[in-house]
Design a protein around this ligand. Sequence first.
Ligand code: PGA
Length: 251
Amino acid sequence: MRKNIVAGNWKMNKTLQEGMALAAELNEVLKGAAVNCDVVIGTPFIHLASVAAAVDATKIGVAAQNCADKESGAYTGEISAAMVKSTGAAYVILGHSERRAYYGETAAILKTKVELALKNELTPIFCIGEVLAEREAEKHFEVVKEQIEASLFDLSAEDFGKIVLAYEPVWAIGTGKTASSAQAQEMHAFIRQTLVAKFGKEVADNTSILYGGSCNPANAKELFANPDVDGGLIGGASLKVADFKAIIDAF
Ligand code: PGA
């Protein structure tokens, strides 16, 4: 059966020293704690190797927040999936709405990134979600379905089975405006149905679908109680260990 996962997305926060302190604090808090989900932290690239070496890998997985759409070569400033893998990271967040909106990441680029991540044995945490205008126009199901189809539907069922999805309505990210528990469940069930139609029930049932967007200690329990919500991708609240731990404890 699918895993429950609480994944932090630190975004562009924390110097190396601050990030190391945050990771060490989380590691300490999880030591000996009974945890009912997988825990992942998505750090900036420069933190990956140090954080991966410092945390207990049996308790905390490490994720990059992006990787290049090229394998290697003359792409100044880029970081390849192979480089991410070599740090000890096991995951890579791909298709975050901030990358789509501010860095022009198209469905085609993301498709290539997913393929390179899988080739390098990284687990993609693939983000999808509509903007407010699309929800208001009642196009949210269509938009999310298109995002999944355009970047992931050329994968084999076997490869798709290695992907984690994160539904993040853009209007809920960093705004304090969470999707209601019912809105989250409705979309997650729709996503799972979309996967059933393409990859079959077994693959769909085994796919973890995380919710992201202003998830916090006060709303995590209700969100995670939904049958199709398999955890969270946590931005702001992942920067404070007490909040992140409280969200982990929602399982
Ligand atoms: P937030 O971010 O929890 O700060 O809303 C979530 C995300 O962007 O992954």
